[in-house]
Design a protein around this ligand. Structure first.
Ligand code: GAR
Length: 268
């Protein structure tokens, strides 16, 4: 029997991707076990799915944190190791012209929520953290706590579009409304931006002229449920290597390309 990795999962809603991972674990298709399921939303159905499979589950109510903060920002209990300037300097979710009050509220409320997530997660050991329909951008505060080494990231996300097109909260909807002929999903490691970070796998499918948005979502989710466990398995087999490559451009300029190299599978 191969060694199994421990996977933590964060969800915000229905958790059909979580279910696909649970099924792959239970069918022993992947060398993984689920250590916990966490959520930013106490009402997430994904938490029920976890309980049905005897997986420890917890929620941190992000909405309540935001409500309390807006009521009385001075009472906010920020984590001891909170460093506003460090988070602001590292993140690439906001540009320089963003409303400073909005940015300040975001950074503080997220740090409070993320510190509580981390406190819950600290009760379990895990090798990989998988975002399965987790609809909150994570800040450098959280990411740096989980990733000890920037070149060995261990937070994976699945996004319902062919990134870098259509980042955000409605990938299939945005792809469909734009009139694209091809849609798809992307699994990537997360970095300090929104739906950015080195790409591990992408799967594409055609959008027919008569397809509805529901049909597109269904085709996309079917692919998500297959590709996500495959990526977890490649991580378990230690086959994902993040590489930085420098490319020469005309005029003596250079550009940097970050890729996830997939190493060949070992036999046996
Ligand atoms: C999935 O389509 C996933 O790709 C998407 O949310 C859905 C969650 O479904 N994630 C994002 O948009 C993240 N930016 P699920 O809860 O049934 O797995």
């Amino acid at each position: 029997m191969k060694k199994k990795i421990k996977v933590g999962v964060l969800v915000s809603g229905g958790g059909s991707n979580l279910q696909a991972i649970i099924d792959a674990v239970e069918r022993q298709e992947i060398d993984a076990e689920i250590a916990f399921v966490g959520s930013d939303n106490p009402g997430a159905f994904g938490l029920e799915r976890a309980k049905l499979h005897n997986i420890p589950a917890f929620a941190v109510d992000y909405r309540e944190i935001l409500r309390q903060f807006k009521q009385d920002p001075l009472k906010a209990a920020l984590p001891d190791d909170f460093n506003h300037n460090d988070i602001l300097a590292k993140q690439s979710l906001f540009r320089g012209n963003a409303d400073p009050v909005r940015v300040d509220t975001f950074i503080k409320t997220r740090a409070i929520g993320e510190a509580r997530l981390l406190q819950n997660m600290d009760r379990y050991s895990f090798d990989l953290l998988v975002l399965a329909g987790f609809m909150r951008n994570l800040t450098p505060y959280f990411i740096d706590h989980v990733n000890a080494d920037r070149m060995s990231p261990r937070i994976m996300n699945i996004h319902p579009a062919l990134l870098p097109a259509f980042a955000g909260t409605d990938g299939y909807g945005d792809t469909f409304r734009y009139g694209c002929k091809i849609a798809g999903c992307t699994v990537h490691f997360i970095d300090y931006g929104e739906d950015s970070g080195p790409i591990i796998a992408q799967r594409a499918f055609a959008i027919g002229d008569d397809d509805t948005l529901d049909a597109v979502k269904k085709k996309g989710l079917d692919l998500e449920w297959r590709v996500y466990p495959q990526c977890i398995q490649m991580f378990a087999e230690n086959r994902l290597q993040v590489l930085k490559k420098t490319i020469e451009l005309p005029g003596g300029k250079t550009a940097e390309r970050k890729i996830v190299k997939i190493l060949p599978a070992m036999n046996g």
